[in-house]
Design a protein around this ligand. Structure first.
Ligand SMILES: NC(=O)c1ccc[n+]([C@@H]2O[C@H](COP(=O)([O-])OP(=O)(O)OC[C@H]3O[C@@H](n4cnc5c(N)ncnc54)[C@H](OP(=O)(O)O)[C@@H]3O)[C@@H](O)[C@H]2O)c1
Length: 284
């Protein structure tokens, strides 16, 4: 059966893989993003109705994070619009260990629409497609919570679980917590990447206060600093977050990708050997 599926963030880290997999399954996919037509912008609800029109199912990946102020109201509004548009299924990407994100999950859970909640640990791809890439290229990574152990998860595995959830009703009313198979500290991650990329990359442990000051000095936008501060405090600090789950295996019947395999494959693309551009020299 062919479904019409709106994939918000459909050109992003998880979304673009979800779009590709759904298209390979013959599904009719609409990307929900500011560049797409019709445009979907989390800051502009006036366009949401057009983006939902004719759709059966929706993948929700909120920007920038379900924990930020205003996210709850946006999710409430989108879910109301989705119900009015006759959406039959929602898959929500959430953050493991983010209490504020769980309030947004509740909106979906009580919406009356079939749903699957996918709570992900921090992504492997944060080191190659997101905020940790620039310091790696610069050869000097300074981060707080150096001893925190994180079960990084691969966006390819998240995409596989989301597609499975969207295509199979057995995943309705389920909450999955996705992690990779092992726990990693920042110094261990940096060593692994340095070795695979053949680079000398220094790691310096710093306090969260100094890290925030560093981001301010680098003129990183205030709302972004708020989010980074929250994630380091709440997600890396939270009890029970340094736990490996087996939900990926439960859903997909296979093991999640190991972080070392992600590092080996990513090093081969050359992304960590890119020439440092002046704009990438920020120490965030
Ligand atoms: N990174 C992690 O470790 C982690 C862990 C757990 C959960 N999460 C959650 O993952 C979600 C992000 O997913 P992702 O990493 O797959 O996406 P991403 O790569 O951060 O997002 C990029 C996508 O979002 C679109 N986008 C950006 N700003 C937008 C806006 N204002 N309105 C509509 N679309 C917008 C972009 O397209 P346009 O530029 O065309 O708009 C693009 O398609 C967040 O909710 C985050 O909390 C992340």
């Amino acid at each position: 059966m062919t479904n019409n599926i709106l994939v918000t963030g459909g050109t992003g880290k998880t979304g673009r893989k979800i779009v590709k997999r759904l298209q390979q399954l013959g599904q009719n996919v609409r990307i929900g993003s500011r560049q797409a037509r019709p445009a979907f912008d989390w800051q502009d609800p006036s366009g949401w109705k057009a983006a939902l029109k004719g759709m059966d199912k929706v993948y929700i990946s909120f920007q920038p994070d379900l924990a930020v102020p205003g996210a709850l109201e946006a999710i409430e509004r989108l879910i109301t619009e989705a119900r009015n548009s006759g959406i039959k299924k929602v898959a929500l990407l959430s953050g493991k260990g983010e209490r504020e994100a769980e309030l947004c999950e509740q909106v979906v859970i009580h919406s009356g629409i079939d749903y699957t909640i996918i709570r992900a640990s921090w992504f492997n791809q944060n080191f190659s497609e997101s905020f940790f890439l620039d310091p790696i290229i610069a050869g000097h990574v300074a981060l707080p919570k150096a001893d925190a152990k994180v079960p990084y998860v691969d966006t390819g595995d998240i995409a596989d679980v989301v597609v499975e959830a969207l295509m199979d009703n057995r995943h309705n009313r389920q909450i999955y917590e996705l992690t990779g198979p092992r726990l990693w500290t920042f110094p261990e991650v940096v060593n692994e990447i340095a070795e695979a990329a053949g680079r000398d990359i220094q790691f310096t442990p710093i306090s969260l206060t100094d890290y925030v000051r560093m981001l301010e000095d680098a003129h990183v936008p205030a709302d972004y600093i708020w989010l980074i501060n929250y994630l380091f405090r709440e997600v890396l600090g939270a009890e029970g977050n340094n736990v490996v789950t087996n939900d990926i295996e439960k859903v997909l019947g296979r093991k999640p990708k190991d972080f070392s395999d992600y590092v080996r494959e990513t090093a081969a693309t050359g992304v960590w050997n890119a020439i440092q551009q002046p704009a990438a020299a920020s120490s965030q």
